[in-house]
Design a protein around this ligand. Structure first.
Ligand SMILES: Nc1nc2c(ncn2[C@@H]2O[C@H](COP(=O)(O)OP(=O)(O)OP(=O)(O)O)[C@@H](O)[C@H]2O)c(=O)[nH]1
Ligand SMILES: [Mg+2]
Length: 626
């Protein structure tokens, strides 16, 4: 029995959250320090080098997870409920797209066309954060209430008996403790078994929104620069999730004599034994492991930062050279950064405007690397269009910080073009999100005011109106069979608990067995010997752990207010409506860019330089060009 538990428990985290088990340690019964592998584990891809796969290699009988390691992971999506239903609909659609986007290219191609992919299994559940944002979700050890955890567990068991599931994606921001509790460490399962209590934990790797977005960046990064930055983001995320498992009195008593089982605990789950030093039941051995983990992270981070510093230096030199290229001294080639929410059509638009074919895909975060394309404007002026990474609501601070070098292209650009998906029902929310990120990375007010707003995908709007498709439907009805099975009872429980939990403190019951604490190393982290502190924003403001917590609060915040505030600006800020696929509005967009940039260096015009050309009067020229 313990062996089967070990299998489940040992495959509980994705690669960025777990360190692989040292094979030798699993057969040894020596001190817990033998669990630690001598080098910092590579934060490599979930697909290529996940702990799950490594364990599989270690144990040929192990076939419970990732049955087909070459296929994208099967995620079960858990979406906390939002009101109104239209908001829930957009959140769920995004969550499903995020889940389906997690796939690594092989030989430059994805295995499956995005649109051919099946909708991942999903479940809409009660949202404790929406019900009692003041005291609810942040204080719950599992984020969700017990009823919801049980319901999810039932669905996971059901899926396991069918196609299987590799991980659970919770479309919310979880704390490390909540995530660990939902996954349940091997240790937790063991204690539950010892205590003869029935475990409701999911016993699957759990990805929260931030974790999945970071996984996506790692999976889609192609260039060395993007890979370095994605790894740094994963490292910072992992760093913020180092969790110390503190075994309470009852748990410790039940653990006596299970030394060798302890060796099967994934090594980043700290096991504390009674002994000298430390607080409470924390002993030297456990703390040493934790400190070692921390030191490895710091070392790797230092190495990554120095490599990224080199990338930034090269980028700055390339930028300077680019500005001078092909124009007379004293003149510069302007850079226009194309920014926007992920999947708004930025790469398609840049491809359509230039002769460069860029990777365009329905997967979210298809572009993680910045790509430059030159374009000749109607005036004959040459500019460089920079297609860059897209944004998303609750963009992890770790990513924004790690992608400093890439986002510098945006900050340094002469002009910004903000591409919005005109067909998105939450267009205003998208706009607000992008504006917030731009402000956060330090784009000046003047540039924001001068920014061109493009409503792309207008062809879809036309299609919608042609077929008379309503904008909002009763989305809930489309989830029949997927809804929380014990919705009613869960709701009643929630209502009942809700009245009490404003004052409620986290339970201290022994029944919890394990109380996880998240180690606070922020001081050490910030006062590290590195010259650059990745937690400090571009404007010098700290974007540390508090901001992550703020994000968690904001996630359940009043989206309506945000939408309302931007509603008033919506129509007025749209400069041009385009369809990157049909070509509508592209010429107009180039003219506006021309106008905004003002007079500049003109390169010798050649019909072959321009993909887009003035309409009407120059029809003949168009024919020649084509
Ligand atoms: N119908 C329609 N589809 C579009 C249009 N522009 C882009 N698309 C589609 O939208 C999807 C996303 O386009 P991308 O250009 O990859 O979007 P992006 O903004 O670069 O996305 P990320 O790189 O993931 O941030 C692709 O399937 C495109 O074919 C448009 O004007 N109309
Ligand atoms: Mg793109």
């Amino acid at each position: 029995m313990l062996r089967s538990i070990a299998h489940k428990g040992s495959a509980l985290s994705l690669k960025s959250l777990l360190t692989p088990i040292n094979p030798s340690s699993s057969s040894s019964s020596s001190s817990s320090s033998t669990l630690i592998s001598p080098q910092f584990p590579p934060l490599s891809s979930f697909f290529s080098n996940s702990p799950i796969l490594e364990r599989k290699q270690l144990d040929p009988n192990h076939d419970e997870f990732n049955k087909d390691p070459d296929a994208p992971p099967r995620l079960f999506v858990v979406q906390p409920r939002f009101r109104p239903e239209t908001h829930l609909r957009t959140k769920l659609e995004e969550a499903l797209n995020l889940a389906n986007s997690l796939e690594q290219q092989r030989d430059g191609f994805y295995e499956t066309e995005f649109l051919d992919k099946e909708t991942p299994p999903h479940l809409v559940v009660q949202n404790p954060a929406a019900r009692s944002p003041r005291a609810g979700a942040m204080l719950l050890n599992t984020y969700f209430r017990d009823g919801t955890v049980k319901t999810v567990k039932c669905h996971v068991n059901d899926l396991e008996s069918k196609d299987g599931v590799d991980a659970i994606f919770v479309n919310a921001i979880l704390t490390g403790i909540q995530q660990r509790n939902l996954e349940a460490s091997f240790l937790y399962l063991m204690i539950c078994t010892c205590l003869d209590s029935q475990s409701q934990v999911w016993a699957k790797p759990v990805l929260d929104r931030i974790g999945l977005i970071i996984e996506l960046f790692n999976a889609h990064a192609q260039t060395k620069e993007a890979k370095l930055q994605a790894e740094l983001a994963a490292l910072m995320y992992k760093r913020s999730r180092l969790v110390r498992l503190q075994v309470r009195k009852g748990g410790v008593l039940h653990l006596v004599g299970v030394e060798e089982q302890k060796l099967l605990v994934p090594e980043d789950l700290m096991v504390f034994r009674r002994g000298s030093g430390g607080r409470g039941f924390i002993s030297g051995a456990g703390e040493t492991e934790l400190q070692l983990q921390r030191r490895r992270i710091l070392d790797r981070r230092k190495q990554l930062l120095s490599e990224i510093k080199e990338v930034r230096r090269t980028r700055a030199m390339q930028r300077a050279a680019r500005k001078r290229q092909g124009v007379s001294p004293g003149q510069e080639i302007a850079t226009v950064a194309v920014v926007g929410y992920t999947n708004a059509g930025k790469s398609t638009l840049v491809s359509a405007l230039s002769n460069n074919y860029l990777c365009c895909d329905d997967r979210l975060f298809a572009t993680v690397d910045t790509k430059l394309s030159s374009v000749i404007l109607p005036s004959g002026r040459k500019v460089v269009l920079s297609d860059t990474v897209g944004f998303i609501s609750d963009l992890p601070v770790q990513l924004v910080e790690a992608f400093h070098a890439t986002l510098e292209e945006v900050v340094e650009a002469d002009l910004l073009v903000h591409v919005l998906d005109a067909s998105a029902p939450n267009l205003n929310e998208h706009r607000e999100t992008v504006m917030q990120v731009l402000e956060r990375i330090g784009v000046s007010k003047e540039k924001l005011q001068n920014m061109i707003e493009v409503w792309n995908k207008v062809d879809l709007l036309e299609k919608k109106s042609d077929i008379g498709e309503p904008d909002d439907g009763d989305y809930a009805s489309s989830f029949s069979g997927e809804e929380d099975a014990d919705n009613t009872s869960d709701e009643l429980i929630d209502q009942h608990v809700n009245e009490q939990d404003i004052e409620a403190e986290p339970s201290d019951d022994l029944g919890d067995g394990i109380c996880d604490e998240q180690d606070d190393y922020s001081d050490d982290w910030l006062s590290g010997d590195d010259e650059q502190d990745p937690w400090v924003g571009y404007d010098g403001r700290s974007v540390g752990r508090e901001n992550v917590k703020d994000q968690q609060n904001e996630f359940s915040g009043d989206w309506k207010a945000a939408a309302k505030s931007s509603q008033s600006q919506s129509e007025s800020t749209c400069h041009v409506k385009t369809s990157a696929v049909s070509g509508v509005g592209l010429q107009e967009l180039l003219e506006i860019i021309d106008e905004k940039l003002g007079p500049g260096p003109v390169v010798e015009r050649s019909v072959f330089d321009r993909k887009w050309r003035p309409p009407c009067s120059e029809d003949n020229e168009i024919a020649v060009e084509q």
